[in-house]
Design a protein around this ligand. Structure first.
Ligand SMILES: Cc1cc2nc3c(=O)[nH]c(=O)nc-3n(C[C@H](O)[C@H](O)[C@H](O)COP(=O)(O)O)c2cc1C
Length: 253
């Protein structure tokens, strides 16, 4: 299974076996982090695996999931940090899936230490060998249909549809699916719906989820050998929209 294939099968896993993930695989996971693509490589990021096989990780928070391991992502608190972290971490989550490991993002939880080498914790995810099924058939994923997520201004070809299907399957905080798309035959205008909840934490969750979704688009474009170019168009970026914000324009060739 490659990462693109993992998009179609990943689901949140909330029950784990108390089985050890071999040391070698844990170090491969961290090496993969160093290779994974970034949205912004000027933002310093670090990943860490917290061993909880003996209940020693001291993870707390609402909607917590008990697991033998947790993956933590830390970042410099720069603008774009949450989106960059989502983009990176989803590649890690898909890598875990491809290695037979289940996972679940934990937006409300944190370990005792929220800082690492001066970087701030952005997100934690539970992982380990699943007690039940690792995979789900993609039609069973609870997601909005494409015709509710997209406005098609031109006919989308098969490749464009494949990319949009991968974006649609992205996981998001509370399954909020904050992304909306205006679709032309060769480009997508991406928008993020305003969060229903106020506050910085809700905004960070939305931004993280947008990063997750953008990584699905990147992986689908790679699978199709398409060139993906991301542009920020000032005319849209400077405009205020009632229901959301402009994220970027993605050109696909
Ligand atoms: C940013 C983010 C935060 C999340 N936080 C939690 C959480 O705290 N607890 C939890 O059980 N699931 C959490 N989830 C998992 C989502 O609820 C889940 O991805 C969504 O419902 C879609 O289901 P699926 O992952 O099975 O496709 C989170 C997901 C994301 C992307």
């Amino acid at each position: 299974m490659n990462l693109y294939e993992a998009i179609g099968c990943r689901q949140s896993v909330r029950k784990y076996l108390r089985r050890e993930v071999p040391e070698k695989l844990r170090s491969q996971i961290l090496s993969y982090f160093a290779k994974a693509s970034r949205l912004n490589d000027r933002i310093a990021v670090e990943a860490a695996i917290l061993d909880n096989t003996k209940g020693q990780a001291q993870v707390r928070g609402p909607w917590k999931v008990d697991a033998p391991y947790y993956l933590a992502i830390y970042s410099e608190p720069e603008e774009g940090a949450a989106r960059n972290a989502g983009y990176l971490m989803e590649q890690m989550i898909l890598y875990l899936t491809a290695k037979g490991l289940g996972s679940c993002y934990l937006g409300g939880s944190h370990p005792a230490q929220k800082k690492k080498n001066g970087l701030q914790l952005i997100m934690l995810a539970a992982f380990g060998y699943p007690e039940g099924r690792l995979c789900r058939e993609s039609p069973l994923a609870r997601r909005l249909p494409l015709n509710e997520l997209c406005i098609f201004r031109e006919e989308a070809g098969e490749q464009m549809k494949t990319i949009l299907r991968a974006a649609r399957l992205a996981p998001s905080a509370f399954n909020s699916q904050p992304w909306r798309f205006i679709v032309y035959s060769d480009r997508i205008y991406v928008f993020a719906r305003k969060s229903r909840l106020p506050g910085r934490a809700a905004q960070a969750m939305r931004e993280f989820s947008i990063g997750v979704m953008l990584s699905h688009i990147m992986l689908a474009a790679e699978e199709l050998w398409m060139e993906l170019e991301t542009a920020t168009e000032e005319q849209y970026a400077s405009k205020t929209y009632k229901n959301g914000d402009y994220v970027a324009t993605l050109y696909l060739r």
